[in-house]
Design a binder for this molecule. Structure first.
Ligand SMILES: Nc1ncnc2c1ncn2[C@@H]1O[C@H](COP(=O)(O)OP(=O)(O)OP(=O)(O)O)[C@@H](O)[C@H]1O
Length: 527
């Protein structure tokens, strides 16, 4: 067995490493309150002599597999945790019993929990999204998944470029990073990217790739599909497909090896770790209320659209400030005040009688004070007439959508539409989720309203970007694509690219992969 260990771990460093490791494990175990004591008990009143015996067992008798087998399993697990994923994976080669212990899901959950990506995001992605369309209505159970395998695949996967091209602001960056690396004003730089003009799309994508300093031929891209052409008519379906086709063919013409395009609303729902629910996206120009079942937008149930968005909110605040003789230099000031002082009142009438004055410095020496404007701005989402807009309020649009979902009877479980996920920058207004929830309970009959929950934007303005991150960091991510025509090509390309990236070091040297990825990857090859 010693020979096997020596093959797996560098022989010269083994003794020293084990020495300090065992001391660490010993300290950690003896300091743990309520530590279980089985055979080879560690809860001895005389820790020094027990430690000596422990050392004897570890070193003096290393020639016998039996002595290693007598290490209590929790101590063995502590050793593995301290050794880390790479060394642990290597120790599987020692013997069957170590192979079995190293494969324990709890160990790899621990390693995954100690990575930058949140554990619940990893679990959601693996349990719901890995198998691609149709998404799993009932998630894979924890014990059905091998987290060691998952860990290895997530280390190997090269990640992707994510481009969330919002109608106001575009967010882009590497899926292995913790947030988008850049943002640009879509409307100023590229006009309306929803219009499927290939030259415009090409300019849009190539500008982003050059800002990220990446060759298009080397990176898979996950792109969000804008919310547009909402109806269930043949012509709306045709327009949606046309836009999607234009995005795919533009990117493939730019030699992008793999593309995955998913609706912006679906991605925002993924960011909230959900595959079904209603996404309320308070967008740049308008607000959309999108029912989504198992990751698919339910156009046949109906997407509600309200002509009220971020631009209207900023415009309303600007007008109010002008009426109240509050002078400002630019719309940037108004926008900043909106983002930092405005909120949505739970009870609008009651709020009017309160002292709500507050101040904010937009640049170091310009202080601005707002009072009623602070909550009147967000109120136009519920009372569009205050801004001169003839439209239904947000709560009415969501209630209507819920009514349609209820009537459609799409699943035996009638609760799928009762989770409402807010998305879009303006949905970050404090108090919006609570107010919407309150209004929905007031508007809907108890049979529909019971159990409704409104969730604030899980990642602020970047929810769709984060939803794409969940898809991107999975090996099977491109199966999630729903575009049949390109499906085979996308999957093939992805497999090729994954193979290429896991076997050469070019990608691993890329700044997108921080940490000792190269080493860990090689530890998994052949596991
Ligand atoms: N904390 C905040 N409170 C209020 N508004 C905010 C906040 N953060 C960002 N915003 C607003 O969100 C708007 C941008 O939203 P977002 O980035 O979601 O637009 P978009 O993705 O381009 O829209 P669309 O969904 O139409 O494509 C800006 O007007 C900004 O002022």
């Amino acid at each position: 067995m010693v020979a096997a260990i020596s093959r797996a771990v560098t022989a010269n460093t083994w003794q020293n490493a084990m020495n300090s490791l065992i001391r660490k494990v010993w300290v950690s175990v003896t300091h743990r309150s309520g530590s279980p004591s089985g055979s080879g008990s560690i809860s001895n009143p005389n820790p020094v002599s027990e430690y000596d015996r422990f050392l004897q067992m570890m070193y003096i008798q290393t020639s016998s597999t039996g002595d290693f087998d007598r290490i209590p399993i929790d101590i063995f697990m502590q050793i593995l945790k301290i050794l880390g994923p790479r060394e642990s994976a290597r120790l599987r080669a020692v013997c069957k019993s170590w192979k079995f212990s190293v494969s324990d899901n709890r160990l790899w959950i621990y390693f995954l929990q100690n990575q930058p990506e949140p554990w619940d995001a990893v679990y959601f992605a693996e349990a719901h999204l890995r198998s691609g369309w149709p998404l799993r209505a009932f998630p894979a159970q924890m014990h059905d998944l091998s987290f060691m395998h998952i860990y290895g695949q997530r280390v190997e996967v090269p990640g992707a470029i994510i481009i969330d091209g919002g109608s106001g602001y575009c967010k882009y960056g590497w899926s292995k990073y913790s947030s988008p690396s850049g943002r640009s004003a879509t409307f100023l730089e590229f006009g309306n990217i929803e219009s499927p003009m290939s030259s415009r799309l090409r300019h849009f994508f190539s500008t982003i790739c050059s800002r990220m300093q990446v060759k298009t031929s080397t990176q898979p891209i996950v792109v969000s599909l804008p919310l547009c052409h909402y109806d269930d008519t043949e012509s709306a379906k045709g327009s949606r497909r046309q836009l999607k086709d234009a995005i795919y063919s533009t990117l493939f013409d730019m030699n992008v090896p793999a593309v995955c395009a998913i609706s912006q609303a679906t991605l925002a729902l993924f960011a909230a770790r959900r595959i079904s629910g209603i996404v309320v996206n308070v967008g740049f120009h308008q607000t959309s209320v999108v029912p989504i079942l198992h990751g698919k937008v339910m156009h046949k149930v109906g997407v509600e659209v309200v002509g009220m968005g971020a631009l209207k909110l900023t415009g309303f605040l600007r007008d109010r400030m002008q009426q109240n003789n509050i002078h400002f230099d630019s719309l940037y000031t108004v926008r900043t005040l909106k983002e930092n002082l405005c909120y949505v009142a739970l009870d609008y009438e009651a709020e009017l009688s309160k002292d709500t004055q507050a101040s904010f410095a937009v640049s170091s020496d310009s202080w601005f004070s707002l009072s009623k404007e602070r909550f009147q701005t967000g109120e136009i989402l519920f009372q569009p007439r205050m801004a001169g807009v003839q439209a239904m309020g947000l709560h009415q649009a969501v209630a209507l959508c819920m009514d349609h979902c209820h009537d459609a009877e799409l699943t035996a479980d009638d609760n799928w539409y009762k989770t409402v996920v807010l998305a879009g920058g303006s949905a970050c207004l404090p108090g919006l989720a609570a107010r919407l929830e309150k209004e929905l309970y007031g508007l809907l009959p108890i049979s529909i309203s019971s159990g409704i929950r409104v969730i604030p934007p899980p990642y602020g303005t970047d929810s769709a970007w984060f939803g794409a991150k969940l898809v991107s960091n999975q090996k099977e991510r491109c199966k999630a694509d729903e575009l049949d025509r390109y499906d085979a090509r996308i999957r093939l390309s992805t497999l090729e690219i994954l193979f290429k990236f896991s076997s050469i070091s070019w990608y691993l040297d890329h700044p997108a992969c921080n940490g000792p990825v190269n080493d860990i990857t090689s530890a998994f090859i052949g596991c």
